[in-house]
Design a protein around this ligand. Structure first.
Ligand SMILES: Cc1cc2nc3c(=O)[nH]c(=O)nc-3n(C[C@H](O)[C@H](O)[C@H](O)COP(=O)(O)O)c2cc1C
Length: 225
């Protein structure tokens, strides 16, 4: 199948796009309302976009509480959702009204941030504290009536502080597999990163004349190329 996205995917029950752009990490976004009520929701239009300075982005499909809070105070946290917390993560996505604390709703403990006001999930294996750099309104889709519908808004934030549960650090290295982070796939499907699903691959280096490449065996030298 090969189709233009300006029309429906022929023969497909649902739009296949999200089942192909996989796996997507889940940013579990913590914010604070104007009244100081914590808000928590998972976002899989989420990723790291820079490492110096560290920056992440997430995208709100339409206007949701997380975006509203961020527009009010410019801060958010992003906890890493893992297998142990998959039910709580799912529960926190319920479309409850503005002002309901999804930390409490999902039975999670808010942990105090050191650089921003919104809390993060104390039970999470890791979390980022972020200050908004920019929000970008993405192009809105055309509605059935020919008028533009509700589009996505991308929020890009600088990571000011990082929390890592010490249980997932060994020899100065993060034990990503042991954290069992969740990945979002298409439809209602997810995957779990586990120690068994990890593999390591050194980057290739080019020969002096730049015409061939070699992948050196052995431990990584610590340089991202
Ligand atoms: C795993 C998962 C990923 C999600 N990713 C997104 C996303 O990227 N963008 C979005 O707008 N909603 C996403 N949602 C839905 C929101 O979590 C849901 O609409 C939630 O109620 C928004 O909460 P808020 O209004 O408190 O921000 C996702 C839900 C789940 C369970």
């Amino acid at each position: 199948m090969h189709y233009k996205t300006s029309s429906r995917a022929p023969g497909m029950k649902f739009d296949p796009f999200k089942a192909l752009a996989v796996p997507r990490p889940i940013g579990w976004i913590g914010t604070l309302s104007r009244d100081g009520v914590p808000n928590l929701a998972p976002y899989s239009f989420f990723n790291a976009v820079s490492d110096r300075p560290p920056m992440v982005m997430f995208s709100s499909v339409g206007r949701k509480d997380s975006l509203r809070n961020i527009e009010d105070n410019g801060e958010f946290t992003c906890s890493i959702a893992n297998w142990d917390l998959h039910e709580q993560m799912n529960l926190s996505s319920a479309p409850v009204v503005h002002g309901v604390d999804e930390f409490a709703l999902a039975g999670l403990t808010p942990a105090a941030s050191i650089c921003v006001k919104p809390p993060w999930v104390a039970q999470a294996p890791a979390a980022f504290e972020c200050k908004v750099w920019k929000t970008i309104a993405l192009p809105a889709p055309m509605g059935a009536d020919g008028a533009p519908g509700e589009g996505c808004t991308m929020v890009i934030g600088e990571v000011l502080a990082i929390y890592i549960d010490e249980r997932f650090i060994a020899d100065g290295i993060v034990q990503t597999g042991a954290m069992r982070p969740l990945a979002r796939l298409g439809y209602m499907d997810y995957a779990v990163i586990s120690p068994e699903s990890l593999f390591t691959l050194n980057r290739p280096t080019a020969s002096a004349d730049g015409r061939s490449a070699t992948v050196l065996p052995g431990a990584w030298d610590g340089v991202y190329r």
